[in-house]
Design a protein around this ligand. Sequence first.
Ligand code: ADP
Ligand code: MG
Length: 241
Amino acid sequence: SEQVQAARAALEIKIRGKGCPPPVETWEQCGLRDRVLAVITRLGFGAPFAIQRQALPALMSGRDVIGVARTGSGKTLAFLLPLFRHILDQPPLGEGEGPIGLIMAPARELAVQIYTEAKKFTKALGLRVTAVYGGAMVADQIGDLKRGAEIVVCTPGRMIDILTMQAGKLVSLARVSFVVMDEADRMFDMGFEPQIRMILQNVRPDRQTALFSATFPPKVEALARKVLRAPLEIIVGGRSV
Ligand code: ADP
Ligand code: MG
């Protein structure tokens, strides 16, 4: 409608793809659980940022999403909150089962940032999150994975290392049904495309997939077209910074 178009224009949101739900104005409109809303209130967040207003309802509707918005624009919560909802809608993890949500990031410090942001919510939700990245003891990370975690944040290189140990019997991604590729432009620049594709071969084919990036060069778009299914493309403030 004209109203929705005006709201998007005011937020500098451009959409490609059919059937995108309208942007929300408040966290309460997102269909989040009371426990999630309580954490948002406790952390003192203001109204949702532009990428959150549009990517949240798009992901909550079950669609694959490409979200492009500059650094610092709040992309982390735009994918974490729908990821929590997705997981809480699934049967609980059984003994020895691998994660349901998998987030890939290009580097250790980014994986730790996402992990830290997720941790602010997981306790209240009864969920477990763990992180696997290079430059830290792989044995500790394997121990965490084996104890069970609904959400794993990883760098692609370390995830492949762990997946290929002990003939792949160490951890299973067979239950992963929600995948996030964060900072996709940086992952691509660092040459992680083969590892990303290998990881995606180990998760559920009917997964929901989100790709977030600060910029959206043609090479990243080509990767997105290959690994996402009928994605909604949500661009805030132009294609690149
Ligand atoms: P990006 O991934 O797009 O670079 P982040 O998700 O890291 O951005 O968010 C940047 C900062 O903004 C973080 O400190 C985050 O906690 C904060 N933030 C996110 N959403 C909101 C919001 N709606 N209101 C206030 N602060 C927010
Ligand atoms: Mg980020």
